[in-house]
Every structure is written in structure tokens, then in C-alpha cells.
Ligand binder design. Structure first.
Ligand code: 13P
Length: 256
């Protein structure tokens, strides 16, 4: 069975002190919900502090991006080697990076390979714009993003990859894909593409999250869908009580 995974993408929120204090507060909670994996993804400057606060706890740490080179003259960038020991996961291909930071399918693929090479687990985000959605291009576009992100990635690495379907029009807007639609893209497009690339057994083992205006009140609805294995959450991951409620909702819906 795929272990549900809830990841909080804190984006450009929280100072170092706020991040560490959140981590300290969250860590002792939810002890009885160990069937759900939880991950917090703070900003780079808070990673070391949060990693220290969470060492030995059940809360895992993720970064929000990386460069694909191990080191070099890349002003402002963070390499995968620098994240070793601080982060277990790294979000790659978030639509905000694609929109504002020149992230392309090609750089996503380089970053996926680099993160795997240095022992980080990528959370690969894909998702269509409102215009693409309205033009009926979602399946083709999202399937293409999945193929591009995974070009040249071996089947052996798939156990270390999490996929996240985040329709751009649902991020931070309060509009969300219905749970049925999200499930059908996750199962019928993303998992189906993985099956074409790696076979059905691997496709069935990869965890795929939904993201976009997920909150405690709609968490169980998403998680009741068979192909949705978790959530990548922005706004609702910023408060400890909400984060805890998301994990509880996931545990309840999946019966773990
Ligand atoms: P919201 O949960 O704020 O819509 O953000 C989703 C997201 O972008 C997570 O990566």
C-alpha cells in the first residue's frame, strides 16, 4: 500500500524563528498518526534550523528547489550537495518556479536527476493553466510534463519519487479541482503515463499528491479518492493546527 504523504510548501513565508517554532510545536503532535508521512518545506535559510528541530522526530524536511549542479558560479543558487543532511525531499517544477523563475521541462528533468544522484527525493509538480484546462488540453499537457520530467530516469529510482498534480488555476485561489477530476487526472493521466514508462507495478507504487487550495475541510474528500495519495499544501500548511488537521484527515480517509 502507498503510504499517504502530506507536504507543507511554505513558499516565501515564515522567518527562521517562526519556522523553527512551528517545527517544535508540530513534532510532538500526531504521534498516533504514524501511518501518514508528513513533510515541511521551509525556505532555504530556515532549513538547517528546522532540520535540527525535527531530527529524530516523525516530521520530514523538504526544500523548495535546487540547482542541478553540485557546485559552481551560480550566484544565489543552492546545490543538491548543500541539502544533504538537511533535507530529505525537494520540490521540483512548482508552477511558481515555472512561471517566475524560468523553470522549464528541461531544467526540471536536470533537477530531478541531480536530486536522485545526491540522495534527495524529488516531489515533482505538474499541472495545467486555466487556459489549457478550458481548451481541453489538460491530459496531453500534464502527460507531457510527466514524460519530460522523467526522461532518462531509471525504474529503480521511482521508489524515491513523489509526483504532485497541482492545477495552476487552483493554487491559492480557493478554487479547487473537484476530487473526482483530480483523481481522474492523477489516475488516468499521471499514473497511466507512469505505467507506459515503467510498467503497471511501478506505476501503482508511486505516490501522487493533489495540490491546490487543499484545507482541513476538504482534505478527507480528496483523500477518499483511490488514486490520491496525499497533498502538497500551501496556505493551509502554515498553521500548526491546520497542518495537524490535514494529517488527521488523511489518516481517517485512508484508514491508517
Ligand atoms: P495552496 O494550498 O495555497 O493553494 O498552494 C498550493 C501549492 O502551491 C502547494 O505547492
Amino acid at each position: 500500500m502507498r503510504k499517504p504523504i502530506i507536504a507543507g510548501n511554505w513558499k516565501m513565508y515564515k522567518t527562521l524563528a517562526e519556522s523553527v517554532s512551528f517545527a517544535r510545536e508540530l513534532a510532538p503532535r500526531l504521534a498516533s498518526f504514524s501511518g501518514v508521512e508528513r513533510v515541511v518545506c521551509p525556505t532555504f535559510i530556515a532549513l538547517a534550523g528546522v532540520a535540527d528541530a525535527l531530527r529524530g522526530t516523525e516530521v520530514h524536511v523538504g526544500a523548495q528547489n535546487i540547482h542541478w549542479e553540485a557546485q559552481g558560479a551560480f550566484t544565489s543558487q543552492i546545490s543538491p550537495t548543500m541539502l544533504q543532511g538537511l533535507a530529505e525531499y525537494v520540490i521540483i517544477g512548482h508552477s511558481e518556479c515555472r512561471a517566475y523563475l524560468n523553470e522549464t521541462d528541461e531544467t526540471v528533468n536536470k533537477k530531478v536527476k541531480a536530486s536522485l544522484a545526491y540522495g534527495l527525493k524529488p516531489i515533482i509538480a505538474v499541472g495545467e493553466s486555466l487556459a489549457q484546462n478550458e481548451a481541453g488540453e489538460t491530459e496531453t499537457f500534464v502527460g507531457g510534463q510527466v514524460r519530460a520530467a522523467l526522461a532518462g530516469v531509471d525504474a529503480a529510482n521511482m521508489a524515491n519519487i513523489v509526483m504532485a498534480y497541482e492545477p495552476i488555476w487552483a493554487i491559492g485561489t480557493g478554487k479547487n479541482a473537484t476530487s473526482e477530476v483530480a483523481n481522474s487526472i492523477i489516475g488516468g493521466t499521471i499514473r497511466a503515463t507512469l505505467a507506459e514508462l515503467y510498467g503497471n507495478q511501478i506505476a501503482q507504487s508511486v505516490r501522487i499528491q493533489y495540490g491546490g487550495s487543499v484545507k482541513p475541510s476538504n482534505m478527507t474528500e480528496y483523500m477518499s479518492q483511490p488514486d490520491i495519495d496525499g497533498a502538497l499544501v500551501g496556505g493551509a500548511s502554515l498553521k500548526v493546527d491546520d497542518f495537524a488537521a490535514l494529517v488527521e484527515g488523511a489518516a481517517q480517509a485512508k484508514g491508517v
